[in-house]
Design a protein around this ligand. Structure first.
Ligand SMILES: [Zn+2]
Length: 122
């Protein structure tokens, strides 16, 4: 994923990002928790790997699988406090294709190992 995948900023903030976040520093809250709670949400994330996939028998790229480290931040307002005090970063695998060749599966496995190593360092 890239920052262009995000929805428009709902609420700007001066709250800092975790040092590992790959988004623009202090990116704003882009959603509100459903149910009219007024709780704002933003995702901190950094890309670990992107695997371009190709459907068997076809030419060219047919999709992508993304491996990211992510953490959701919830806040009562754009000035905090953060609710809860931090959701642990985790690995997210997302993509447009679940058809992987052996080579693509190895690339995904390598990206997951990198993500696991990075997660342990956070
Ligand atoms: Zn961030």
């Amino acid at each position: 994923m890239t920052s262009s995948d995000y929805a428009a900023v709902l609420e700007p903030t001066d709250l800092p990002c975790p040092d590992w976040c790959g988004q623009p520093s202090g990116h704003g809250f882009d959603s509100e928790v459903s149910g009219g709670s007024g709780v704002l949400a933003r995702w901190h994330e950094v890309s670990v790997g992107t695997i371009a996939t190709r459907r068997p028998g076809s030419e060219g790229e047919s999709g992508k699988v993304y491996v990211d480290l992510c953490s959701e931040e919830l806040a009562a307002s754009n000035a905090g406090p953060i609710l809860p005090p931090g959701i642990a970063p985790h690995i997210v695998v997302d993509g447009e294709s679940t058809h992987l060749s052996s080579g693509e599966a190895r690339q995904l496995a390598a990206a997951l190992l990198l993500a696991a190593d990075a997660l342990e360092r956070l």
